[in-house]
Write a protein that binds this ligand. Structure first.
Ligand SMILES: Cc1cc2nc3c(=O)[nH]c(=O)nc-3n(C[C@H](O)[C@H](O)[C@H](O)COP(=O)(O)O)c2cc1C
Length: 185
């Protein structure tokens, strides 16, 4: 697919099913991710690829976290978080491994991982798969890192839900470019 057409038509399908990309295809996806801009080449981005039995493991972790920090004893809420990972057959956990650096603050490292996430979404779209970035209470929270076995300097920026899009293609709204772009010339 034409590279620009792929960028312009990328979208986040809500319903994602099997099949998931092969290991060979995921190698290309991660290579794309690791070409995100990265100040001082600190390589902040890390990914955990979750599928198969891993989805059940993630579901248990979400359930435990919800029980400990979110639900306040409401078992229905715990169930909601427990079921969340089953919305897609593959999940990529987005992590930024923060390094102390005199010229590269934490926010720049986080932005680099965000750019890597967009590269993943674009690569998936080019391969005819879909991805949706989700956060909610299970991301951007210091407490979740230890539940996922991460170090203290590793931040969870979200979860990319991945699979084959189902249903009709999403209609992408036309935006008026002049609402967003100012030209100085
Ligand atoms: C950092 C980030 C976090 C997001 N978190 C959620 C989320 O938790 N739940 C959700 O429904 N959409 C979330 N979204 C939005 C979707 O990923 C998606 O971009 C949105 O539905 C618009 O669809 P589109 O990408 O097809 O334009 C998030 C987007 C970003 C960039």
């Amino acid at each position: 697919m034409d590279a620009l057409e792929n960028i312009i038509s990328r979208n986040s399908p809500r319903v994602l099913s099997e099949p998931v990309p092969s290991d060979e295809q995921m190698r290309l996806v991660y290579k794309a991710a690791l070409r995100a801009p990265d100040h001082a080449w600190l390589r902040p981005s890390r990914f955990i690829e979750v599928k198969g039995d891993g989805i059940r493991k993630l579901s248990e972790i979400f359930s435990q976290f919800a029980n400990d920090h979110i639900a306040g004893g409401d078992q229905q809420k715990v169930e909601k978080y427990k079921n969340a990972p089953f919305r897609a057959p593959m999940i990529i956990i987005l992590i930024s491994h923060i390094t102390e650096h005199p010229k590269v603050p934490e926010i720049e490292q986080i932005m680099s991982t965000a750019a890597a996430a967009q590269n993943i979404l674009l690569a998936l779209s080019a391969l005819k798969f879909g991805g949706m970035w989700r956060t909610g209470a299970l991301a951007l929270d210091e407490k979740i890192s230890s539940y996922l076995g991460l170090q203290e300097n590793e931040k969870v920026l979200g979860y990319l839900y991945v699979g084959t899009p189902e249903g009709s293609e999403k209609r992408i709204p036309e935006l008026e470019l002049s609402d967003f772009v100012t030209k100085w010339d």
